[in-house]
Design a protein around this ligand. Structure first.
Ligand code: LLP
Length: 417
């Protein structure tokens, strides 16, 4: 399928085209589309028909301040993994009661940051619960429970099950309760997150059913948080189907209604998606700078190193690519196999191996689709490269810079003296 056959991409670059945007803001460049971001927020907000349903955006997927402001405007709340994420969410205008801190293996300083800012904390081990009890006795807390089964697109992002570092095992719940009692803490929330990227509603619904039955054992709950992991079709140019949100919503509705009825008092049900909200509103643009044949492989050398987008290098992740020449997609040319690489001094610096693309020339641009989640947020200064700029295409078609490209001076920022 060609990119422009997908309705959401028809006006992705607004009044401009990739060449115009790169000429204005430089390469590589993250470009976000406001309308798609808002649409994804609304799709999840309307997932179920339950008054106390809350969508917590998981900010680790993308922490751009302008995008966070839009997500807040859409009425989402947020969860954070670090004081840095809490800090940026505060700057985006989220109120403490809209935030949930879900840390892992942190010291007193990070827990104290949440206490000082009146943000609800989830503790994910008996040890962390005890630490929090010493720090803030008498407080309301949440527990991250590991339901014993996980799922995800890669073993590195399965965040529950017997073989991960996350959560309090169900067998430890009694002990957790004893610790909470000892420090007069009230367990007002339970949360889980089985892993990142499911495309079938059944995996999530099964985990939710199990989690609800476990939650009945906690008498003081104000909320149950079912976690994130909602997948997006990374192979959309090959026609991959979307996650069936309607089916997921129907299933979840039923589970929520019967849970709330058995629980006997109203409480909030939350989900905490990251990827689903931001992945598809982001395209990473880069430039082809060199072509070569090495022992039978055609390489297209670009400025899209794994310092800019780490997912292919880390998880062998697939991102659809579209080539542009003179501002137009090269969609009708005969394709040829090419390995698209970046400019980092490691041989694993491969964005796409053996990919079918139109024959590329130096100066062509590449659009990396679905790059809005875990793209910029996982970028780095490796090889002392500068992090790229980010641009937002507004609903009226205009574009605006929402994060400056780093400068060489930024590389000196952390050195004392
Ligand atoms: N909640 C918790 C506690 C999490 O650990 C995560 C993600 C989420 C929510 C959001 O998950 P999502 O809806 O985005 O799947 N860097 C990887 C993904 C790592 C996800 C880690 N935890 C990637 O690029 O695929």
């Amino acid at each position: 399928m060609i990119m422009t056959a997908i309705p959401e991409y028809q006006d992705f670059f607004g009044d401009d085209n990739p060449a115009g945007l790169i000429a204005r803001y430089g390469s590589p460049l993250y470009v976000y589309h406001e309308a798609i971001l808002r649409r994804r927020c609304r799709e999840l907000k309307n997932l179920i028909d339950y008054e106390r349903f809350t969508v917590n955006y998981s900010v680790k997927a993308n922490a751009n301040l302008s995008l966070l402001r839009i997500i807040r405007e859409e009425g989402l709340h947020a969860d954070a993994m670090s004081p840095g994420e809490l800090f940026i969410l505060g700057k985006a205008g989220f109120m403490p009661e809209q935030l949930f801190f879900v840390p892992n293996n942190v010291g007193d300083d990070e827990l104290q940051y949440a206490v000082d800012h009146h943000i609800c904390v989830s503790l994910d081990s008996l040890d962390q619960l005890e630490r929090f009890g010493r720090l803030a006795p008498g407080s309301d807390v949440a527990l991250r429970i590991n339901p014993g089964v996980g799922a995800g697109h890669h073993v590195k992002v399965v965040t529950a099950g017997k073989k991960t570092k996350f959560g309090i095992a169900e067998e430890q719940i009694d002990e957790a309760r004893a610790i909470a009692n000892r420090y007069r803490m009230r367990i007002i929330g339970v949360n889980q997150h089985i892993g990142s990227l499911f495309m079938e509603p059944s995996a999530f619904l099964k985990a939710a059913r199990h989690f609800f039955s476990m939650a009945l054992a906690f008498p003081d709950l104000a909320f149950v948080d079912l976690g994130g992991g909602f997948g997006i079709p990374y192979h959309k140019l090959a026609g991959e189907e979307r996650l069936d949100l309607a089916a997921l919503g129907r299933g979840l509705n039923g589970l929520v209604q019967s849970f709330v009825a058995s629980y006997g008092k109203p409480l909030t049900v939350k989900i905490e998606p990251g990827r689903y909200i931001v992945a598809e509103c982001g395209i990473l643009l880069g430039t082809v700078h060199a072509l070569k044949e090495n022992n039978g492989t055609t390489y297209s050398g670009t400025d899209l190193g794994f310092n800019v987008l780490a997912r292919p290098m880390l998880y062998d992740s697939w991102h659809d690519l579209v080539a542009y020449r003179d501002g137009q997609p090269l969609e009708d040319l005969q394709t040829k196999s090419v390995t698209v690489v970046g400019n980092i001094c490691e041989s694993g610096d491969i964005i796409a191996a053996d990919r079918k693309l139109p024959p590329l020339r130096s100066g062509d641009l590449l659009a990396v689709l679905d790059a809005g989640a875990y793209g910029y947020s996982m970028s780095s200064n490796y090889n002392n490269r500068l992090r790229p700029a980010e641009v937002l295409v507004r609903e009226d078609g205009s574009s605006m810079l929402i994060r400056c490209r780093e400068t060489l001076e930024d590389l000196l920022r952390a050195f004392p003296g």
